[in-house]
Design a protein around this ligand. Structure first.
Ligand code: UDP
Ligand code: MG
Length: 160
C-alpha cells in the first residue's frame, strides 16, 4: 500500500470546497490516515516547492499558499500516488478534464484547489515534512474488504 500527501489549498478553503474534495477521496475508497488544518509557513513551502524556486511565479506561489490555512491529509491505498494524481488532474485548471478535481473546480494554473504528491520519493518527504508520527493513524479500514479483492493482497502485516 502507498501513502500520499494531499493539500486542500487556500483557494479551496476560501471557496468552501473542502467537504467536496474530501468526499471524492473517501468515495474513491482511499483511507484517511491523517488530517489537519494547518497554516503552511514560507520556509516549509520553499522546501515543498523547491523544484520551482527559479520560476517567476515562485514568490507569488509561496504567498498564496501561506495566505490562509490549508487542509493537509495523508491518504492510503494501492498505488495511491497515481490514483490521487489522476483524480486531481493536470496543473492548469483550464486544461484539466471535467471529472477531475481541477477540471471541475479550477480555471487557474495557480489556484488549482489541491496538491498531491508526484512520486514515492516526494510523498515520503512531504509527509515527513508536514506530519509528526503521532498524527498519522494506523487502523484497519473495514471496507477495504469490499474495495479490494483478496488477490490484491491489501492486508498488511499486523492485519492493517
Ligand atoms: N504553479 C503556478 N504557475 C505555474 C505553474 C504552477 O502558480 O505556471 C503553481 C500551482 O499552484 C501548482 C504548483 O505551482 O499546483 C506546483 O507546480 P507543479 O508543477 O509541481 O504542479 P502540480 O504538481 O501541483 O500539478
Ligand atoms: Mg508538483
Amino acid at each position: 500500500m502507498e501513502q500520499t500527501l494531499v493539500i486542500i489549498k487556500p483557494d479551496a478553503v476560501n471557496r468552501a470546497l473542502v467537504g467536496e474534495v474530501i468526499k471524492r477521496f473517501e468515495n474513491k475508497g482511499l483511507q484517511i490516515k491523517a488530517m489537519k488544518m494547518h497554516m503552511l509557513q514560507p520556509y516549509a513551502l520553499k522546501d515543498h516547492y523547491a523544484h520551482l524556486k527559479e520560476k517567476g511565479f515562485f514568490e507569488e506561489l509561496v504567498k498564496y499558499m501561506s495566505s490562509i490555512p490549508s487542509i493537509l491529509m495523508v491518504l492510503k491505498g494501492k498505488e495511491a500516488i497515481k490514483v490521487v494524481r489522476t483524480m486531481v488532474g493536470p496543473t492548469q485548471g483550464r486544461d484539466a478534464l471535467p471529472g477531475t478535481i481541477r477540471g471541475d473546480y479550477s480555471v487557474s494554473n495557480q489556484s488549482n484547489v489541491v496538491h498531491a504528491s508526484e512520486n514515492k520519493k516526494a510523498a515520503k518527504a512531504e509527509i515527513e515534512r508536514l506530519f509528526s508520527k503521532e498524527e498519522i493513524f494506523d487502523y484497519r479500514k473495514m471496507n477495504f474488504d469490499w474495495i479490494y479483492s483478496k488477490d490484491e493482497k491489501y492486508i498488511e502485516k499486523g492485519g492493517k
